[in-house]
Design a protein around this ligand. Sequence first.
Ligand SMILES: [Zn+2]
Length: 239
Amino acid sequence: MTKLLFHDDSYIKEFEAEIEEIIEDTVVLNQTAFAYRGGGLQSDTGHLETTSSEKYKMIEAYFKGGKVLHKLSPPPQKGLLNKKVSCSINWETRYRQMKMHTAIHVLSGILFKKYGSTVTGGNITPDKSRVDFEIDHLRQERVEEIVLEINKIIAGDHPVSVSYMKREEALKIPDLIRTKVNLIPESVKTLRIVEIKEVDIQADGGVHVANTNEIGEFVSLKSESRGKNNKRLYFTVKP
Ligand SMILES: [Zn+2]
């Protein structure tokens, strides 16, 4: 089982690992700080280098069949098995994803507290992200109101923390219930909880910044109606 280093520390940019398995054009590592695709987030990209200076690009990490697969270019040779590798993450794009992701959690907290509205989906890319939520309307004045509120929280220096909680404990916390913690498969006994102090708490597997002040400025790009109670907001973050 690959140890997920990014679960405890989103700021690891370089790490050492050992190749445990080669599956087609992918490798399984004993530990990884490459955040994999999923939950609306894109995969990290980066590089692997063996002790004999063979270099590989890490194009995409994804979860399949209970394993984190790292797709390499050129494809891995059989001789790579059990080799030690130095890995590095393309940090600029990853850091932007962290900012965008935490921004969506800030938005989620605001939407719920202010409008009783729930986020239903989203897609995060380093340049531009979108988020879907249930709300009756998203006219310009409301978008402005939401953006103002988000930027207030960003500037408010709210720490973002990660902790672990037993499933049955989590099911008793109202804020976790509203973010549909009950929908996480029952086989998952311990949940990773991401909390933005005084703003939002969710069971979540993704990478985040450590404080809202790292997000920068939240800028809304476009809003869209996707049906009576379903609205979409596109946004980006600026330094
Ligand atoms: Zn999340």
